[in-house]
Design a protein around this ligand. Structure first.
Ligand SMILES: [Zn+2]
Length: 416
């Protein structure tokens, strides 16, 4: 709620904020630090056990590279050096700290080179290789890793890239969207058709590109010749799945056990989509206002409990996160307002100054991205805007506390 005049347009500089990213040019050092080698030479009981440690000399992009052969998530790397025979793992260290480390298994071809898939969770930073026990290289210098490009859409059913054993069924697949939102009515739908090859067993898996793990498995009945569908609601093991890249994989066994797959293990382009946890609530040109629009800025008798997003009156407003409607009403300051208890978040989402009362009633369900009203200036507002609040559990004027939603809003605005 706020009472200062905010004529639209207020600012042109803050519209359409994309996430600006700075990437470090790929450059692998030789990892010449001696500490790891020294550790490894320490023999037990005085015996001179020398363990040759792997050393990385060069890292380059082999396949699925960004332009100019730059490395991106999903690329295959060629790593050369020495002492790789016992190496079983590559670690992408990312930024400071271990929390963002991502590991990927490898099978080196001899002692001097190996190839490794760059996981989708990998970020710019050094890498190292390791094996059982004491096999551990030093870290390279920082290697730039670009984020993966958006998934290639394949909404229409089309023949799969494989692999397929001789005589196995033929497969076609399609995935209806490349951006999915948790809490949407049906986040994403995978379609497929099986023909020929006497299908015996059908498995649909959903894989996380972050680490290749299977997050959901379906075993639909075997149907040949007609289009079948599997829908996913964004949950894994009953909880909201983490944001990130996912892909569907269809495996069909034919007679005699010959198998066809819709895509290879490392293919996170086919039937892939990005799952997001929220959508930006104002669906038209907007800006984030000046200092007075921010959380905590001064108001008569209190401080601002949300963030104001300015847009023309009438611009469509949607639920940033679906859930259960907690309150709707009219308040002299808030105007037409609505509070949604966000499913699986513990957060309450409050929308104020709506142009008209929302058609929803308390207790009703709202999906992520569903229209809840339009930007207005009802109540104590001058200038059309959404006054937006987020409250931690147990919720809005229910024992919870409001927190600054600005960074969340900016993030959602960058992808939706
Ligand atoms: Zn406000």
């Amino acid at each position: 709620m706020h009472s200062r005049p905010h004529p639209w347009p207020r600012s042109t500089a803050t519209v359409a904020a994309g996430a600006a990213c700075l990437f470090v040019v790929a450059a692998a050092g030789t990892g010449a630090s001696a500490s790891a080698q020294d550790d490894a030479r320490t023999g037990s009981e005085g015996g001179a056990i020398y363990v040759e440690q792997p050393e990385i000399a060069r890292v380059s992009c082999l396949r699925r590279c960004a332009p100019r052969r730059r490395i991106q998530q999903g690329s295959t790397l060629r790593i050369t050096g020495k002492g790789f025979s016992e190496v079983r793992e590559v670690t992408f260290h990312g930024g400071a700290g271990a929390a963002d480390d991502v590991r990927v298994g490898v099978r080196p071809a001899g002692g001097r080179r190996l190839s490794a898939a760059v996981p989708f969770g990998a970020a710019t930073g050094p890498i190292s290789v390791s094996g059982d026990g004491r096999i551990q290289s030093t870290r390279t210098r920082v290697i730039g890793i670009l984020p993966a490009p958006p998934p290639e859409p394949n909404a229409e059913l089309s023949p799969v890239p494989g692999p397929r054993e001789r005589g196995a069924p033929r497969l076609e697949t399609g995935t209806n969207r490349t951006k999915a939102y948790f809490g949407a009515r049906r986040a994403v739908t995978f379609s497929y058709r099986i023909s020929e090859g006497a299908p015996q067993k059908v498995t649909v898996e959903l894989l996380s590109a972050r680490d290749g793990a299977v997050v959901r498995t379906w075993s639909p009945e075997v149907v040949e010749g007609t289009v079948q569908e599997v829908g996913w609601n964004g949950k894994a093991a009953g909880r909201p799945a983490p944001s990130g890249r996912y892909s569907f994989r269809l495996t069909v066994a034919g007679s005699g056990g010959v198998t066809a797959l819709s895509a290879s293990a490392r293919d996170f382009d086919r039937d892939a989509f990005d799952l997001y946890d929220h959508v930006f609530p104002v669906r038209g040109p907007h800006d984030f206002g000046g200092a007075g629009a921010h959380f905590g800025s001064g108001r008569a008798g209190h401080s601002h409990q949300g963030h104001d997003v300015f847009a023309r009156c009438g611009v469509r407003m949607v639920a940033a996160r679906g859930g259960r409607v907690k309150f709707v009403g009219y308040h002299a300051a808030a105007g037409n307002y609505m509070v949604i208890d966000g499913a699986g978040t513990g957060v309450d989402y409050a929308y104020m100054h709506l142009q008209e009362p929302t058609p929803f009633r308390a207790g009703e369900r709202v999906y992520t991205g569903q229209t809840i009203g339009a930007v207005g200036e009802s109540g104590n507002a001058q200038g059309c805007h959404l006054h937006y609040e987020m409250w931690g559990a147990p919720g809005w004027y229910d024992g919870g506390s409001p927190f600054d939603p600005y960074r969340s809003l900016r993030a959602w605005d960058s992808w939706s």
